[in-house]
Structures are given as C-alpha cells and as structure tokens.
Design a protein around this ligand. Structure first.
Ligand SMILES: C[S@@+](CC[C@H](N)C(=O)[O-])C[C@H]1O[C@@H](n2cnc3c(N)ncnc32)[C@H](O)[C@@H]1O
Length: 266
C-alpha cells in the first residue's frame, strides 16, 4: 500500500480547504482553457487524480460524459462530493484511492488530468505509467505542475527567497521535486507518452489576496518543517513575518504556476 502522498505534507481541514480554494481561483481559468484546447468534450470519459476539492472535476462534469474524481483525502472528497451534490451533478463519481493503485479498468478513459499532485510523489514516472494504463489508445493525459524553484520577489524579499530554498531542500530530503513542473515532459516520455504540447506561465502580483498564496503555504507546512528539523519556531516566525511584509508591500511578487503536457501514450 502506498503511503499518503507518498507523504503529502499539506494540511486538510478548514485552512487547507481555503488554501486549495485559492489555488483553484488562481489556476482554474487556464486549466479549463487547456482541457478544452486538448479536445475535452461531450462524449468523453474523464478521470482526475488528486482532485482535492474537485473544482476542476465538477467543471469537467459539465463538459464531458462521465467524470471519475480520485483523491486520497477523505476530508477533501467529502467536501467535493457535497458540492457536486449541491450542483445536481449526476455524472461524477468520487473514489478514495491512490494514483498508484487506482483500480480503474485498463483503457477506460479518454482524458486524464492532474494538478499539483506529481510533485508530491516519490515516483512520479510510475504514477504517470498508472495514468497511461487507465487511458484508451490515443487517450490524452493533461498535467499541470508547479515549479517552486521559480518563486521570487523583486525587490528580493529575504523571507520569500529563504522559503523557496528551504522548500526545495525539504523536497530533496523527502525524495520529491517541487520543481517538477519543469520536468513534466521528461517524466512523460520516460513513462512512454508522446509529448504533444508544453506550456508554462508565471503570474505576477503587486497587490490582492492571491499574492499571499506562498506565505500561506509556508505557514501551513511550518510544523512539518520543524518536525523534520529544517526549521526552528523562531526562524518560522521570522520568515513568516518577512513574507507577510512583502505581501503587504505593493512590489512585484512573481508566482510560478503551471506547465501542461498533453500526452497520448506512445
Ligand atoms: C496540492 S493538492 C491539489 C488538489 C487539486 N488537484 C487542485 O489543484 O486543486 C494535492 C492533492 O493530491 C492528493 N493526493 C496526495 N497524494 C495522493 C495520491 N498518492 N493519490 C491520489 N491523490 C493524492 C491530496 O490529498 C490533495 O488533495
């Protein structure tokens, strides 16, 4: 049995949900655009791995014939299911499974989607192979992953830059790569996919609530970083204050976002 994540370090609960909601507010518009550009439509069976609160899956259920939304978190799935019921969506099912052991029938899906999941996994290429097994011949995998090594502010904020380096180092210790966004096409090729398209974007904020996505993420992962010995309470406070100061200062904060690969199995 695979462990959670392999060891997913972000919180669930109220704050975790609110943070995931912000992730969706920031990225869903481009995600929808990309899925449509990849050809998602009425007759298709769509599966999402690591669906979180299910925002993309619920939208996909309005575009495709059938949606399977998979996640390992009961809490996330409960919330996602509640919102799908509220929207009266009858063509969506939620499964509590790991991507490594999804149990979907081989060749049963036309489209797969995952966002900000593979960077949390120790074996992203194996995970992609598992996606490939669920896809029909010629089926399309769409993935969006973050490249956290590109978080920066200009003028430089000590807090943001120290956090970026700390996060990358913590990833190395955990055996995951939070810069996985830049590796998607290489992972996909290794997993036996033909890569059809790659794109990337980086959002910039001077003001507004989305500007604090990374400081929020940092404060959420703080207790794990302390537990792992990467951070002290005092340093967490110090970096958090420096990041919050940059959030409130109307300077340029650059936030790396997504890369997308549309890949039918080769
Ligand atoms: C950063 S969240 C992203 C959620 C969603 N894709 C989004 O963009 O809003 C990662 C999600 O992957 C789920 N997850 C982590 N490890 C998983 C695994 N091995 N299999 C399936 N889901 C997993 C987590 O529970 C969490 O909901």
């Amino acid at each position: 049995m695979s462990s959670f994540g392999d060891r997913y370090v972000l919180a669930s609960g109220r704050s975790g949900h609110d943070r995931l909601r912000m992730l969706c507010e920031i990225h869903d518009p481009r995600t929808r655009e990309w899925l449509l550009r990849a050809g998602l439509g009425r007759g298709h069976r769509y599966v999402e791995f690591g669906c979180g609160l299910g925002y993309v899956s619920r939208w996909a259920a309005t575009q495709a014939a059938h949606v399977t939304a998979i996640d390992l978190s009961d809490e996330h799935l409960g919330e996602a299911r509640r919102m799908a019921d509220g929207a009266g969506l009858a063509n969506i099912e939620f499964l509590n499974r790991s991507i490594y052991e999804h149990g979907l029938a081989a060749g049963s899906c036309d489209y797969s989607y995952s966002r900000w999941l593979l960077v949390h996994l120790n074996r992203p290429v194996d995970a992609m192979r598992k996606i490939g097994e669920a896809l029909k011949p010629g089926g399309i995998m769409v993935c969006e992953e973050v490249d956290a090594s590109e978080v920066y502010t200009e003028p430089p904020s000590d807090g943001y830059h120290a956090y970026r380096d700390l996060a990358m180092e913590a990833g190395r210790k955990r055996g995951v790569n939070y810069a996985g966004g830049r590796l998607l096409h290489t992972w996909a090729r290794e997993a036996g996919f033909e890569v059809l398209d790659v794109a990337a974007y980086q959002l910039h904020y001077l003001t507004g609530q989305h500007k604090n996505f990374w400081s929020w993420t940092f404060l959420e992962t703080g207790p794990t970083l302390i537990q792992e010995g990467s951070l002290t309470e005092g340093r967490l406070r110090e970096l958090g204050e420096s990041m919050r100061a940059a959030d409130e200062d109307p300077r340029d904060l650059r936030q790396p976002a997504g890369r997308v690969g549309q890949c039918p199995p080769g």
